[in-house]
Design a protein around this ligand. Structure first.
Ligand SMILES: Cc1ncc(COP(=O)(O)O)c(C=O)c1O
Length: 344
């Protein structure tokens, strides 16, 4: 049962992934070597210097995570400390001060609680997307790290990726690279996403869901599926996912690896996934906070179109992984120790 009587009136089952101005965001400023305490504000506009390094040199990073309303009306965060740690790594890569992990999770809880009326009800399939970010600000023009920073978190109710249930979709291998081998691919920084806009647009123009990126050094191995990690299930029931220093280390993927091994009894491997060895997989999917577990129907590789399980139906292993993960997130399936953090 929904506890809150003041809930916003939205078409909860049919939300997309679009900006909606919710009531509160958290904001903290870094000056003279330290973060201030931070506070909630209703103002969704940032007033920053035109010289801010975030604007010119891409000195910024972000995170993406979700809050879920459970059947008993409580609020679940899914592995928020993992996002705090990854944001710290992204900050370090771009010479930005990181926000302390415990304070990060406290701030997430504060924003979610303050916007409780915007959390989609249990059963709608929708959830509250949480977007923390750090930007380098201040008067500047030279290519150097900022001296001042802003850490902020806002939230948006978002729909389930799949209206009317899980469905496979098709992808195309891009001829563009997403990130350099020793570049910033493993950090969640805006530049990686700016670079993916054109390949993503070209993929969509050809009716594909998104672009699949190969390893930039040899263009022979799968790296990322749009803004998600790749996984494949072999005919021998192995769960295989790419290992590379230039992909984002997906929290969803690491969770699926654990579930595949411990709940489904599969063998789990991180390694090279060669684009000319797709026949080894009976199923394949993309995974991430937004994509959750998205079955890949077919993959266009040059002139060839490779179908995994089916273009119409979801493979049984992918389905089981999806049900386990989503069940845990919404509180219906027992979570491994530490995966769920409650917002009280
Ligand atoms: C490039 C990229 N890869 C993978 C992922 C998946 O990461 P996570 O499961 O932590 O959301 C994301 C974010 O969703 C991403 O932007």
């Amino acid at each position: 049962m929904q506890k809150d009587k003041k809930m916003k009136q939205l078409d909860w089952e049919n939300l997309g992934f679009s900006y909606i101005k919710t009531d509160y965001r958290f904001i903290s400023h870094y000056k003279e070597g330290q973060w201030d305490e931070g506070s909630l504000t209703t103002d969704n506009k940032l007033h920053i210097s035109e010289g801010s390094p975030a604007l010119h040199y891409g000195q910024q990073c972000f995170e993406g995570m979700k809050a879920y309303r459970t059947k008993d009306g409580s609020i679940n965060l899914f592995r928020p400390y993992e996002n705090a740690r990854r944001m710290k790594q992204s900050c370090e890569r771009l010479l930005m001060p990181s926000y302390p992990e415990e304070d990060f999770v406290d701030a997430v809880k504060k924003v979610v609680k303050a916007n409780e009326d915007w959390i989609p009800p249990y059963g709608s399939g929708s959830s509250l997307y949480i977007r923390p970010f750090v930007i380098g600000v201040g008067d500047n023009i030279g290519i150097k790290a900022a001296e001042e920073y802003i850490f902020s978190i806002f939230v948006i109710p978002v729909g389930s990726y799949f209206k009317g249930g899980l469905q496979p979709s098709n992808f195309i291998v891009s001829t563009y690279d997403r990130a350099a081998p020793r570049g910033t691919g493993a950090a969640k920084v805006g530049g990686n996403y700016a670079a993916s806009l054109l390949p993503g647009k070209e993929a969509k123009e050809r009716q594909f869901s998104d672009a699949v990126y190969l390893d930039p050094a040899t263009q022979t191995k799968i790296e990322e599926v749009g803004a998600a990690n790749f996984f494949g299930i072999t005919h021998d029931d192995e769960f295989i996912t790419p290992k590379s220093p230039s992909i984002l280390n997906s929290i969803t993927k690491r969770s699926l690896m654990w579930l595949a091994e411990n709940r489904l009894g599969l063998t789990v491997k991180e390694g090279d996934v060669y684009i000319d060895e797709l026949d080894q997989f009976k199923e394949a999917g993309a995974c991430g906070t937004a994509a959750i577990v998205a079955p890949i129907g077919g993959l266009q590789v040059g002139k060839d179109f490779h179908v995994f399980y089916s273009e119409k139906e979801v493979g049984p292993v992918t389905m089981q992984l999806y049900n386990e993960l989503v069940g845990i997130q919404f509180g219906d399936v027992k979570a491994p120790e530490g995966w769920i953090v409650k917002v009280d």
